[in-house]
Design a protein around this ligand. Structure first.
Ligand SMILES: C[S@@+](CC[C@H](N)C(=O)[O-])C[C@H]1O[C@@H](n2cnc3c(N)ncnc32)[C@H](O)[C@@H]1O
Length: 244
């Protein structure tokens, strides 16, 4: 099985500290926009820490919920912080899974889909989602767009209690290249440098639509974060809502 960048401990720690808000906010928006739908089961692909599913479990009357992620660290964290008896967290690849259950809602949040570098993997994932979705069910994901890729070259720096981080981002070879240098404080006061990098890909909304249709989806909408229709060429992050 592939290895996740999130299994580098400092990268994982940094993610947990600084990136949890996105999936919490997404749960709040979904709660509001799906309140009239009967949702009794949720599958969250690339579930990360499990925060999203725990929040969803508070707001929907679920019979079961499953979180699936490639990273050992994420799954361990999600299991340790699971607040609900009906949630289950499984290590797995979102392009190739078989859960022997179907769901009313399938999600894949926070540009996790961009982690799939080959477009054939996006297609495999859409096929798997369609297979695991109940008839009338909803699939929603968000992705970093080609517009974001064009504007991606930037550096940033921030300090945390026991480490500092320098990000150097480039859009080399038509891909998002994230390069992180963590300066981690040691017991003797010195700093140890730990480097980590990650590549993400994106594709045109036309290609994404074609792949979703090929998997069987007919009703496909490109939206902003508040479920308002938008033009994917004009936003950095696009939310897609598909119905089976
Ligand atoms: C940006 S994080 C998003 C996590 C979570 N969805 C959230 O909103 O916080 C990306 C996640 O995708 C996971 N991931 C990357 N490739 C994957 C794959 N092929 N299958 C399952 N998970 C994957 C990583 O391990 C990581 O947890």
């Amino acid at each position: 099985m592939k290895k996740s960048a999130y299994d580098i401990d400092i990268f994982f720690k940094d993610y947990v500290l600084n990136n949890s808000k996105f999936s919490f906010d997404r749960a709040v928006v979904l709660k509001e926009n799906l309140k009239n739908k009967k949702i009794t089961s949720i599958l969250d692909l690339a579930c990360g820490t499990g925060l999203f599913l725990n929040e969803m479990a508070k707001n929907f009357d679920l019979k079961y919920g499953v979180g699936l992620d490639l990273s050992e660290n994420m799954i361990k964290y999600a299991k340790n912080h699971n607040q609900s008896q009906i949630l289950e967290f499984i290590k797995g690849d979102m392009t190739d899974f078989c859960l022997k259950k179907t769901f009313d809602l399938i999600t894949c949040n926070y540009d996790a889909i961009n982690h799939l570098n080959l477009f054939e993997d996006w297609q495999k994932m859409f096929d798997k989602v369609y297979e695991h979705l109940n008839s009338g069910g909803i699939f929603t994901f968000d992705f970093n767009t080609l517009l974001k890729l064009k504007n991606f070259n930037r550096d940033s720096y921030y300090e945390c209690e026991d480490y500092n981080c320098v990000w150097h981002n480039t859009n080399k070879n038509n891909k998002f290249n994230f390069n992180f240098s963590y300066y981690v404080k040691q017991k003797n006061g010195n700093y140890k440098l730990i480097k980590s990098s990650q590549t993400e890909s994106t594709f045109s909304h036309k290609l994404i639509t074609k792949a979703l249709k090929l998997s069987g989806f007919n009703h496909i909408e490109f939206c902003d974060k508040n479920f308002k229709k938008c033009c994917p060429n004009k936003v950095f992050r696009c939310f897609v809502i598909c119905k089976k």
